[in-house]
Design a protein around this ligand. Structure first.
Ligand SMILES: CC(C)(COP(=O)(O)OP(=O)(O)OC[C@H]1O[C@@H](n2cnc3c(N)ncnc32)[C@H](O)[C@@H]1OP(=O)(O)O)[C@@H](O)C(=O)NCCC(=O)NCCS
Length: 383
């Protein structure tokens, strides 16, 4: 078995793998998916596992930037990992995941994330549970009664892609968010041209929603606003449909301002889907991440990382003035983490949790790390 770039001629074999892994995709969706897949193949971002000339598995990455404490970090999102049923359970999936991490490293991206259908495959190569994608279900009436307020919003279309990217970046930067990602103007244009979806734009906010499958409710894929008034205006657009759409399912942050704007919130119906992170290049990832401006700490961290030896060894982590650095040192480590522990720490999982789950060893000095890496990592987009 050999892992190499998927050939354009193997597109049908790729669809066949995908159908058998995730179920058939409707023809119309496949047509829309074709151009981005061909672009990814051309860009050398789709790997295939070949047994001779037969494609038996595949996986790809999508280039993006992920916000970490308000700073954009280049990140490769691993997607569409599948192995043909008759070859499963023989290490192909883990090999593909490992090769994708190497490819992401080669392309200069210090982080990788993915939504796992199953975690063990990815844990094998250093990914760990890091953040969540949160969905809340609400009565549409609860949004209608928020009241539209003075902020004007307008319908947005594919030509607004650059402005949407800019509005979202500003909102995530100023909120010091961790986890949401930006897939660029081209992808945003693709999203804004999707059939049967509706988008609205304000000076400091963006809303994107659609009907659910049986048109009894609405699904909000994204509603991000930098001010309370704009949040109210955007959510009111959704709530205005309450006479026909009884419920709204919305992708939110667990600290989404909406949850504090609702008139009543005694019981949340909030679902969490986990996503995993891999620190691909530790010094570059730390240098690109944002940190709380008031935290100043220095600590020796020992990292074990068999599959990315460049991350392994003892590092001096310095955090001050909102930035961080990792510098190699010969001093003894005060704290030790495996690659998976480093990923979870990076994503804001508290030291007490890491220690008690066996993902971090070390003394009291580690306590400062919780304050340095503090984050409630959430993601909004699917991929
Ligand atoms: C998930 C999938 C890619 C795994 O591929 P594979 O070649 O069978 O996986 P591997 O043989 O490399 O297994 C690697 C590890 O994952 C574990 N694993 C594999 N499939 C698993 C599953 N369905 N549930 C739980 N663990 C699983 C293996 O036991 C092994 O664990 P170990 O490291 O403890 O030994 C494959 O089953 C598949 O294509 N499934 C359908 C599509 C899918 O779910 N893709 C994942 C999208 S995120």
């Amino acid at each position: 078995m050999e892992i190499r770039d998927v050939a354009t001629d193997d597109l049908d074999a790729l669809w066949d793998l995908s159908d058998r892994a995730f179920g058939p995709i409707p023809r119309s969706e496949r047509e829309r998916a074709k151009a981005p897949v061909l672009e990814a193949i051309d860009d050398g971002r789709v790997l295939g596992c070949y047994d001779g000339g037969r494609l038996v598995g595949s996986g790809r990455y999508l280039p993006m930037e992920q916000w970490w404490h308000g700073a954009a970090v280049p990140m490769g999102g691993v997607a569409s990992v599948y192995v043909t049923p008759e070859e499963r359970g023989r290490g192909v999936g883990a090999r593909l995941a490992g090769e994708l991490v190497e490819l992401i490293a080669k392309r200069g991206m210090p982080l990788s994330m993915l939504y796992p259908a199953t975690a063990p495959v990815y844990r094998r190569v250093g990914f760990e549970h890091a953040g969540g994608q949160y969905w809340i279900t609400l009565p549409a009436e609860a949004l209608r009664t928020l009241g539209a307020g003075p902020v004007k919003v307008r319908r947005a279309g594919p030509d607004d892609a650059a402005e949407v990217v800019e509005v979202l970046a500003r909102a995530h930067r100023t909120a010091r968010d961790s986890g949401p990602f930006d897939r660029g103007i081209g992808h945003t244009r693709h999203i804004l041209s999707a059939p049967d979806t509706y988008a609205y734009l304000a000076e400091d906010g963006f809303l994107h929603y659609r009907w659910n499958g049986d048109a009894t409710g609405l699904v909000v894929d994204r509603a991000v606003a930098a001010s309370a008034e704009t949040a109210r205006a955007l959510w009111s657009v959704v709530g205005s449909g309450s006479s026909t759409a009884r419920t709204v399912r919305a992708c939110v942050s667990p600290y989404d301002p909406l949850l504090w704007q609702l008139r009543d919130r005694s019981e949340d119906d909030l679902c969490r889907r986990s996503w995993m992170l891999r620190v691909v290049d530790a010094p570059a990832a730390i240098a690109a991440r944002g940190f709380p401006a008031h935290v100043a700490t220095e600590i020796m961290i020992g990292v074990e990382d068999e599959s990315r030896p460049g991350n392994a060894g003892t590092w001096l982590l310095s955090v001050s003035g909102g930035r961080g650095t990792l510098t190699r040192t010969d001093e003894p480590a005060a704290v030790r983490v495996p690659a998976r522990g480093l990923a979870a720490l990076f994503a804001g999982v508290p030291v007490a949790t890491l220690r008690r789950s066996g993902l971090l060893e070390g003394g009291d000095e580690a306590t400062d790390l919780t304050a340095a890496f503090t984050a409630t990592a959430f993601a909004v987009d699917e991929f």
